[in-house]
Design a protein around this ligand. Structure first.
Ligand code: TYD
Length: 201
């Protein structure tokens, strides 16, 4: 009897800066591996050439127009999809991805670009995720968590923007989206994420 090829799974974690995605991504990977599943972790922006370009330009906060930002994030994502996501999924792995095109819809949408257009550009090439976990925290809470990394002025300037980003994140709905209150204790958040991932394994 031919063996059934095991299909990978793409699990995306999304949320504003300081929502705890990265901590949760690591916890989820540990749980998957304990379960005996082969798992891979990737993040966007990547450490590839476009991702590094994004990091380099981001140092001068508003040196790019929203359209230029969109272009760079999409270039970075095309590489991530082709070089990382597709091969890992084809190998049957569970892929945990820290940010994906929902970040572009939220962050570049909050800069005024049309969210429907951003979605269409991305969905023309991006693998559809099996689950998108959105950690909902409000902008002030997110900024509180990353306060140590920024000066006060930068924080005030950013709050307004992050309020709009958080609003777009909250607006995603559909069978593949799950919203989890990210303000709670990190272990409780981890269990809530696992309860949505486990049935898909
Ligand atoms: P982040 O995940 O914070 O990377 P790191 O923790 O390594 O610094 O991502 C950097 C910033 O890029 C973050 O503020 C969100 C933003 N971003 C976008 O504006 N659009 C996108 O499409 C993505 C993936 C990220």
């Amino acid at each position: 009897m031919p063996t059934k090829r095991r299909r990978g799974l793409l699990i995306v974690l999304e949320g504003i800066d300081g929502s705890g995605k990265t901590t949760q991504a690591r916890a989820l990977l540990r749980r998957l591996r304990r379960r005996g599943r082969k798992a891979a972790f990737f993040r966007e922006p990547t450490r590839g050439r476009w991702g590094r370009e994004i990091k380099r330009l981001a140092v001068r906060a508003d040196s790019l127009t929203p359209e230029e930002q969109l272009d760079l994030f999409v270039k970075d994502r095309r590489e991530n999809v082709a070089l990382n996501l597709k091969p890992a999924l084809a190998a049957g792995k569970v892929v945990v991805l820290d940010r994906y095109y929902f970040s572009t819809i939220a962050y570049q949408g909050a800069k005024g670009l049309d969210t429907g257009r951003i979605r269409r550009i991305n969905e023309a090439f991006a693998v559809r995720p099996d689950l998108v976990v959105i950690l909902d925290v409000d902008a002030a809470a997110g900024l509180g968590r990353i306060a140590g990394r920024k000066t006060r002025d930068e924080l005030f300037e950013r709050e307004d923007y992050l309020v709009r980003v958080a609003r777009i994140f909250r607006s995603f709905s559909g069978p593949r989206f799950v919203h989890i209150d990210g303000r709670g204790d990190q272990r409780a958040v981890g269990r809530a994420i696992w309860s949505r991932v486990e049935p898909l394994l």
